[in-house]
Design a protein around this ligand. Structure first.
Ligand SMILES: *Cc1c(COP(=O)(O)O)cnc(C)c1O
Length: 395
């Protein structure tokens, strides 16, 4: 089918909430994607950090197929083993978190985390302690509450009234954070590497200061690992790179390798907060999605696999650092979450040229090319992609 026909059919019936590239994808294999005309692309987007195992992964496909023939969804009125196994695996590899709640997306995971934090604070300190501090340039989702949690003004338009109780403070400014904290503060929620706004890692000192402040004042430390989690940064969770243990950890994107699933982990303080009836979701942790998470955990939580993510990430950044152009303002990130900062007025053109030459990349913020390749990408594919990006930027 012609691309033009696909586009005009979509415009008839699909709400125009996405500004899409002129590209219709058909199928994939590993880190490669193919469009409807058969053109091949190296996928450095993995569905925005979702397809952690690449496309058509043989073990994932087999496990999903087996589960499809058993049962897809049962509601949460009954016990099902895949969910329990997935929770066991996430908890066991979390370095000290205790319990898991399964949801269906990143925003929904964050909504749940916000509910836990507010109930914890209300139970212990009364209803006036409800504020959540988040960071400027953060991104936490598209629901009403998570839009308000997102520390970027342009997300705070059109959908009034927003939920009350979110306060913003700049990243990496310990004094400003201390000033923002008061008797109403229930939690501090951060991305350890701000993804959507430009692949900006938080400084270790700032992260440690948050942990200390939270411990001292009994404020909950929520880490949004929706993008950074599940092996993306070379550890199962990015907080493990920082040597901290949060009170709540949210996740989604990479957890199901393409099957929608999200969730959050709670720790010692927070595992007993929600009681039967306090929270729930129909699809959450259903056997199909949980089977995907189980498979991802079996593969990704292996220390050798994670070491490889680190090695490949390092290679990728080294190759990108060899680009000889004043258009590269910075190369940053961790593991296979990489940002190349370029002049804002050039970014659209660079992304389009990469696409024309068979490499799909993402944008973050106004001026950063964001790379989130499948974690299974090969060294060869990294070299090929880096060489194409180099050619496009140096041109
Ligand atoms: C993508 C993202 C979300 C939102 O996830 P959805 O699944 O789109 O709801 C939340 N937080 C972070 C850090 C993200 O990257």
């Amino acid at each position: 089918m012609e691309l033009n026909e696909i586009i005009s059919r979509e415009h008839e019936v699909v709400m125009p909430t996405y500004s899409r590239f002129n590209l219709a994808l058909d199928h994939g294999e590993g880190a490669l994607l193919y469009d409807v005309n058969g053109k091949e692309y190296i996928d450095l987007t993995s569905g925005i950090g979702v397809n952690s195992l690449g496309h058509n992964h043989p073990i994932l496909t087999k496990n999903l197929e087996n589960q499809i023939h058993k049962v897809l969804s049962t509601s949460n009125l009954y016990y099902t083993l895949p969910m329990i196994e997935a929770a066991e695996k996430v908890v066991a590899n979390s370095g000290g978190m205790q319990k898991m709640f399964f949801a269906n997306s990143g925003a929904e995971a964050n909504e749940g985390a916000i509910k836990v934090a507010r109930k914890y604070a209300a139970d212990k300190y009364g209803k006036d302690r409800y504020q959540i501090i988040t960071l400027t340039n953060s991104f936490h989702g598209r629901t009403i509450a998570t839009l308000e949690a997102t520390g970027q003004d342009h997300f705070h338009q059109n959908f009034f009234p927003f939920t009350n109780g979110f306060v913003y403070t700049p990243a990496n400014d310990i004094d400003a954070l201390k000033e923002a904290v008061n008797d109403q503060t229930a939690a501090i929620m951060v991305e350890l590497i701000q993804g959507e706004s430009g692949v900006r890692p938080l400084e270790a000192e700032f992260v440690k200061a948050i942990e200390e402040l939270c411990n001292e004042k009994d404020i909950l430390f929520i880490v949004d690992e929706v993008q950074t989690g599940i092996g993306r940064t070379g550890n199962l969770f990015c907080y493990q790179n920082y040597d901290i243990l949060p009170d709540i950890v949210t996740m989604a994107k990479g957890l199901g390798a393409g099957v929608p699933i999200g969730g959050f982990l709670t720790g010692e303080k927070t595992s007993g907060v929600l009681k039967p009836g306090d929270h729930g979701t129909t699809f959450g942790g259903n056997p199909l999605a949980a089977t995907a998470a189980n498979t991802v955990m079996d593969i990704v939580a292996d220390p050798e696999f994670l070491a490889e993510v680190n090695r490949k990430g390092k290679l990728f950044r080294e190759l990108l650092n060899e680009i000889d152009s004043e258009n590269v303002l910075d190369v940053r990130g961790q593991g296979l979450m990489i940002g190349i900062q370029v002049p804002a007025e050039k970014i659209a053109d660079l992304i389009q040229k990469c696409m024309d030459q068979g490499v799909l990349v993402l944008k973050a913020g106004k001026d950063t090319i964001r790379l989130l390749p499948p974690l299974v990408i090969s060294e060869d594919q990294i070299r090929q992609a880096a060489s194409i990006i180099k050619g496009v930027i140096e041109e």
